[in-house]
Design a protein around this ligand. Structure first.
Ligand code: 6GU
Length: 260
């Protein structure tokens, strides 16, 4: 998958992306990053890319020409999505990350200063995306966030049998707590079930912890999960009934023995 980033700060994007897991995926040829410095397309003798805003107001706005020419230089095939990072966009989420990960190539446009002239946005942008309800100085950190989330959904990027697949069932739930060595640290022990080697029990324990956390910290996410997984609660009811039955039988047996 190829990412093209139109930005005034390509070094920020390169540094961020060519590090750690995404950096390794670039070296392995699974991902490709191409940054374009919008300033290189300025026709002004001082390489100006921004100007005062019509109608007044604080700050400067990036004017259309360098942005448009930078985009044109990419020569992307028709239908390639162009994502503009803006607090005015739709809020980014995991579902969007999965959808974007199915594209072969994505173009990202980062604004700076007060943003970009609306006319060039209307001309080239297909998607407007925000990463949350707060204001940043530019689209560079948001594009790194988006590319990271998208990259880990691309097959081969995570390696180790793709940890992202592990999230299929517990998808939309918060992660369960995890432990590494040593078995006891500062008087705190790793939950014994995790050392049992019983993978069915371990999976059950993890799902329970995920559900517990999600219900407590993100009741909105818990409700959604519960609605889409009625079979889980059906299974829990059946298990409970079976356990009660067993307890009743045992009590009966014990009572009988006592009488003898
Ligand atoms: Cl995409 N851009 C800026 N400048 N601020 C943001 C944002 C984007 N998402 C949240 N805040």
């Amino acid at each position: 998958m190829k990412f093209d980033v139109l930005t005034l700060f390509p070094e920020m994007i390169e540094q961020g992306f060519n590090t750690s897991i995404t950096g390794r995926a670039v070296s392995e040829g699974i991902l490709e990053l191409n940054t374009v410095n919008i300033r290189d397309y300025s026709k002004d003798k001082h390489n100006k890319v921004d100007d005062y805003i019509y109608g007044g107001g604080a700050g400067m706005l990036m004017f259309p020409q360098p942005v448009y020419d930078a985009y044109k230089s990419l020569n992307v095939k028709e239908g390639t999505r162009v994502v503009y990072l803006t607090p005015v966009g739709q809020t980014f989420n995991q579902k969007m990350a999965k959808e974007f990960a199915m594209e072969d190539e994505l173009v990202f446009l980062c604004g700076h200063y007060e943003g970009i002239d609306e006319r060039v946005i209307e001309t080239i942008v297909t998607d407007k995306v925000s990463i949350g309800d707060y204001v940043l100085t530019g689209g560079e950190l948001p594009v790194l966030v988006m590319m990271d989330a998208i990259s880990r959904m691309v097959p081969g990027v995570l390696g180790n049998g793709d940890s992202s697949v592990d999230e299929s069932f517990s998808d939309s739930l918060l992660e369960y707590p995890q432990y590494s060595r040593p078995e006891e640290w500062n008087g705190m022990k790793v939950p014994p079930v995790l050392l049992s080697g019983d993978h069915k029990k371990i999976d059950e324990w993890r799902l329970e912890r995920s559900l517990e956390r999600t219900r407590e910290l993100r009741p909105d996410m818990y409700e959604k999960w519960a609605e889409s997984h009625p079979e889980y609660f059906e299974l829990q009811r059946k298990k409970k009934k079976k356990a009660e039955e067993k307890a009743r039988k045992l009590a009966k047996k014990l009572a009988k023995q006592e009488m003898l």
